[in-house]
Write a protein that binds this ligand. Structure first.
Ligand code: ASP
Length: 336
């Protein structure tokens, strides 16, 4: 007798994978989750799908409140006997969505985010293959306990490391400085590495009133924008600094003032490698900026650091408590 198929919850939000020609020129999200599953008959061989068509939005228009709602949906439904869940969405924000879901979802079942680089009717559309690979990983017990995963191009990436590294290629998703933690080969999921999972953060009820600015200074920048942030209503800032966490000397006094009124996180604009904490000592170096009050982001990319900061602010964290809680989520590779 054939073994019964795993049950997988599929939540569709939109993105290129759902896009077809609209009334004008260009593609727009039109397909529902049900349409996507119907279009890939091979999915019926690997799992039974329960589909929720949450939205038909491009990835750029998803909000943090959408992600809190999707995390809640998945946590409340997966206990119903699902082996895992898939979230289908626009690739433009997959790295952010996956990171937020990874931060908020309590369930140990695999949660897989996927999408497509080519529209649903484009020659060589990658959506069907990505959906199939995502279904295989979501139904595979070996991927339980690894948090949220991103599956495209038959590779499995950890949410905290994955980046969109190309605007158009089906191989756009990478884990710079790391590697995929799994793959799908000949229809089988293979787990290649296991990462320690961090405990889930409490889901905030409302996230819209904790705006965080994300800035990327460049050579010759004088940092005057920092002075405007408090007046604009920002509650926190993330600075994607140069190299291992360095800023022009002209920023130093402004950093002192900003860090005295809101949390300021120091990330790096470099694609791979963490911010440093104990190497350089010039004005504007990482040790100088830390002494002025910034919180190093470690390996977290600026956009993920900004989302973590927003979530912590929305949970009511501030001051030293916020610093401790933020830092605890950046210390996966600490030697201590
Ligand atoms: N280019 C995007 C995608 O691949 C569009 C979006 O994020 O909705 O899905």
């Amino acid at each position: 007798m054939a073994a019964s198929l795993p049950h997988v919850l599929l939540v569709s939000t939109g993105g290129t994978i759902t896009m077809t020609e609209g009334a004008g020129a260009g593609i727009v999200p039109t397909l529902t989750g049900e349409d996507l599953v119907r279009a890939v008959p091979d999915l019926a061989r690997i799992a039974d799908f329960d589909v929720v068509s949450y939205s038909t939005k491009p990835g750029a228009s998803l909000t943090l409140d959408d992600l809190v709602a999707i995390a809640e949906l998945i946590d409340s439904r997966v206990g119903e006997g699902f082996a895992g869940a898939i979230v289908v969405q626009g690739t433009d924000t997959i790295e952010e969505t996956a990171f937020v879901l990874d931060t908020l979802i309590v369930s140990e079942r695999p949660v897989v985010v996927t999408g497509a680089m080519r529209g649903a009717r484009a020659p060589g559309a990658d959506g069907p293959a990505n959906l199939l690979a995502a279904g295989i990983v979501a139904g595979a017990a070996q991927f339980a306990g690894l948090g949220t995963l991103v599956v495209l191009n038959d590779e499995v990436h950890a949410a905290r490391f994955v980046r969109k590294a190309h605007t158009s290629l089906p191989s756009a998703f990478t884990s710079p400085g790391f590697a995929p933690i799994g793959r799908v080969i000949e229809g089988q999921a293979q787990c290649l590495a296991r990462l320690r999972r961090l405990p889930a953060l409490a889901r905030p009820a409302f996230t819209a009133d904790g705006p965080v600015a994300l800035l990327q200074p460049f050579l010759g920048d004088d940092g005057r924008i920092l002075e405007a942030l408090p007046g604009l209503g920002y509650r926190g800032a993330v600075i994607e600094a140069m190299g291992a966490g360095h800023l022009p000397e002209t920023f130093c006094e402004k950093i002192n003032r900003l860090a005295s009124v809101m949390p300021v996180v120091l990330a790096t604009r470099v694609a791979a490698g963490p911010t440093f904490e104990r190497t350089y000592a010039f004005a504007g170096s990482e040790t100088d900026l830390i002494a002025r009050g910034v919180i190093p982001a470690g390996d977290l990319a600026g956009n993920k650091a900004a989302l973590l900061l927003r979530l912590l602010i929305a949970c009511g964290a501030e001051g030293e408590d916020l610093r401790i809680r933020f830092t605890a989520r950046t210390k996966m590779f600490s030697a201590a």
